[in-house]
Design a binder for this molecule. Structure first.
Ligand code: ATP
Length: 450
């Protein structure tokens, strides 16, 4: 299957198996908004849990936060979002960078956008129509739609962290260097969304802002860059499908001193060559705290009494989209195998990420097998091991359904179970089968799930 076909195949598998549905499908769908079904919600939840565990639970120097989506409108003036996104913008259809149309044309002295080359990716004439565009969804707080009541749906979670910097630092008695981590929804009225859940208008971000003393920022940037790549690999994504892409000096966002993307090879036309960003690591300098200090009139300096210093910390940001990462995990896990003239579809998800840990089946619907299988299924659920009970159809079909869902183990109660109390455990990847005592099934799975 070609890379381009993979995305379409994933869309249909995701719907069939209950990972992801189009939002408001019965009304014809909403533009680039998606709903997570029973398996999808579990997959995304596990990714978020793994992120939280590695960023917050396992560390003394990072605190968690859950800031509100709606913030004071001045926040978005300070951040630059109001100003930056109200110009006539065109977006490159190839790399999705937005530029001010007037500036672009002025730079090359062109009348027509059709001859203008994208400064980011070099494509010529691949421009959307210019629009007076603000990326942020705008609404009103309270009953009156007056100018003073404007609120925005946040386009990133980071600002909630910046404005709470001193609250968290003081309450948690943290000393710089330390970080604040948050998982939450973000909304962007993207001009060219698409590629399934790669670029959507409502998505979840997992962001961590690490506050450091100026002068130590380059070292922390390198450290976080490596650590984030290591973590991304730990999700089971193949090494040859991951890479770093450094931003050149002319590509850096207005707030950044250095930036690197972690990219995954999704395939197809994402990013022009199949590679798309899943996470950004940015050295944001003291831009954010300085701006919020200026706009709020509140001092946001960190005071280090022991060292007799006060300063505005620099920020190293790590920002990853939970939905985009889940899509990378799905794309990386998908494979088709030819077996005896038949195609087996397998989602080779890391067992720790698999939404279901086991499928439990009675071989036939008689001789007490359904009752034995149900008891195993209930026992697994009680232990927090997600299991799926299935007694319908041929056993081979039931195995295939679980292969498509990424379930690492299937457990079958058969004739031998009735005589010696063992069940068949079938492994998703190798399809090998072995016999395990039914009393030991939960421990057996726990040992292998990590
Ligand atoms: P892109 O250029 O691909 O739109 P970006 O550079 O604007 O991304 P950031 O602002 O750095 O992205 O956001 C950090 C992360 O949030 C991205 O790496 C991505 O995983 C996720 N993200 C950003 N925009 C979207 C979106 N519209 N849909 C899904 N995920 C997104």
């Amino acid at each position: 299957m070609s890379d381009a076909e993979l995305m379409e195949t994933l869309v249909s598998l995701a719907k069939r198996r209950g990972f992801i549905f189009q939002s408001s499908e019965i009304y014809g769908g909403t533009g680039s908004v998606w709903d997570y079904g029973p398996l999808g919600v579990e997959l995304k939840r596990r990714i978020k849990e793994m992120w939280w565990r590695s960023m917050v639970d396992e560390r003394d120097d990072i605190e968690g936060l859950d800031a509100a989506i709606l913030m004071h409108p001045r926040v978005w003036e300070a951040s630059g979002h109001v100003e930056e996104f109200t110009d006539p913008l065109v977006e490159c259809r190839n790399c999705h960078r937005r530029f001010r149309e007037d500036t672009l044309r002025a730079e090359v002295g062109a009348q027509e956008m059709s001859v203008v080359q994208c400064p980011k990716c070099g494509k010529t004439g691949e421009w959307t129509e210019p629009r007076q565009f603000n990326l942020m969804f705008k609404s009103h707080m309270g009953p009156v739609e007056a100018e003073g009541s404007v609120v925005y749906l946040r386009p990133e979670t980071a600002q909630g962290i910046f404005v709470n910097f001193l609250n968290v630092q003081t309450a948690a008695r943290q000393k710089v260097p330390f970080g604040i981590a948050q998982i939450g929804k973000a909304f962007r009225n993207e001009i060219t969304p698409g590629h399934f859940t790669f670029r959507t208008r409502e998505f979840e971000q997992m962001e961590m802002q690490f506050f450091v003393e100026p002068g130590t920022d380059d070292e922390w940037f390198e450290r976080w860059k490596e650590r984030r790549m290591e973590w991304t690999r730990s999700l089971g994504l193949a090494e040859d499908r991951l890479r770093f892409v450094e931003h050149g000096p002319d590509e850096l966002a207005h707030y950044a001193k250095s930036a690197v993307d972690i990219e995954f090879r999704f395939g197809g036309t994402i990013g022009g060559d199949g590679w798309g960003e899943v996470e950004g690591v940015h050295n944001r300098t003291d831009f954010d705290l300085r701006r919020h200090q200026e706009y709020s009139g509140k001092r946001l300096e960190y005071i280090d009494p022991a060292a007799g210093k006060r300063f505005l910390p620099y920020i190293i940001e790590t920002s990853v989209g939970a939905d985009r990462l889940a899509l990378a995990v799905l794309a990386g896990a998908y494979r088709e195998e030819e077996i005896e003239g038949d195609t087996r579809v397998v989602l080779g998800l890391a067992p720790s990420l698999a939404p279901l840990k086991a499928g439990v089946f009675p071989l036939v619907k008689k001789d007490g097998m359904p009752e034995r299988a149900r008891a195993i299924h209930d026992g697994l659920r009680q232990r927090g091991l997600q299991s799926f009970y299935d007694e319908s159809g041929a056993i081979g079909r039931r195995y295939r359904r679980q292969d498509e869902a990424g379930t690492p183990f299937c457990i079958t109660v058969d004739g031998e179970t009735l005589s010696d109390g063992t069940v068949t455990v079938r492994h998703r990847d190798s399809m090998e089968q072995e016999r395990v005592s039914e009393d030991r099934i939960a421990e057996y799975l726990e040992e292998r799930l990590g």
